[in-house]
Write a protein that binds this ligand. Structure first.
Ligand SMILES: [Zn+2]
Length: 270
């Protein structure tokens, strides 16, 4: 190959490279978009109580719960553990499958054991249960520690923190002096982690905000106490754009049947 053909080849190579750069470069996502995992869009559902009839607004009839689980199964929505979604968002695990749905249950109500557990077993649903330990084996409406241990043994339940006694942080902030409020907050975050470790050998690093109340200071305190993810009631799908300490969930009520339920679920892939 003589000199002129070498320079012709390199001129062509440069032209092609420049053309590719012009076409490709503007299509490359910005650095912050590249860092985020691929477009995860998962729906996190939150339930509270179950029962044969609707006794209060937070009760979903057991029959409604069955219909919803059957719908998810029939329509091929993969139900994944909350931890799978969180690990992926933290860059520590593979992406959940497309159209993933996550089931969480807040408060540790006795009906989780009596009403929901048989269905959770039947449908093999991974559930993250957020409890506040002050109520367990104490309040008449709550589960007992041995029941929580039984849930753990099914391998379907991940038991996590809903603070120590489910305070309303807005009310407490008004009631307490700043220093006292900060100590109170630290106790509400740290104590459930200690109790869950002692009672169930659980490492509670996920937090559901009581009443869905959170702010930047509370999120910073929760992070300091060792939490890696927090969950709100902000009613939208989880995407990589969300803050780790404020991942949104859809509150499910008994009236969320057919279209209202489907509206919460991830869209079909395009
Ligand atoms: Zn709650």
């Amino acid at each position: 190959m003589n000199r002129s053909s070498v320079s012709r080849v390199s001129a062509v190579t440069m032209f092609v490279a420049a053309a590719i750069a012009i076409v490709v470069l503007p299509l490359r996502p910005a650095a912050h978009q590249q860092k985020a995992p691929a477009s995860v869009e998962a729906t996190v559902l939150v339930y509270h109580r179950f029962g044969p009839v609707v006794r209060d607004s937070m009760t979903v009839r057991t029959a409604t719960f069955r219909t919803q689980l059957a719908y998810l199964k029939e329509h091929g929505y993969p139900i994944v553990p909350l931890r799978t979604l969180v690990n992926h968002l933290l860059g520590k695990g593979p992406a959940p499958p497309e159209r993933a749905v996550v089931v969480t249950i807040d408060d540790g109500h006795a009906s989780v054991f009596s009403e929901a557990l048989p269905l959770i077993r039947e449908y093999r649903v991974p559930v993250t249960l957020f409890i506040y330990p002050s109520a367990i084996s104490n309040a008449s409406y709550a589960m007992k520690w041995d029941q929580l241990a039984e849930l753990s043994r099914t391998g379907l339940f991940d038991i996590q923190s809903h603070t120590y006694w489910h305070p309303n942080f807005k009310t407490e902030r008004r009631r307490l002096a700043p220093d006292a409020f900060q100590s109170f907050v630290t106790m509400q975050f740290a104590k459930p982690r200690t109790v869950l470790r002692d009672k169930l050998a659980v490492d509670a690093t996920m937090l559901a905000w009581p009443f869905g109340i959170y702010d930047d200071d509370l999120m910073a305190s929760a992070t300091q106490s060792g939490y890696v993810a927090g969950f709100t009631l902000d009613r939208r799908p989880v995407t990589p754009r969300e803050k780790m300490m404020a991942l949104p969930r859809f509150l499910v009520l008994d009236s969320d049947t057919s279209k209202r339920f489907v509206a919460m679920l991830p869209r079909e892939p395009r």
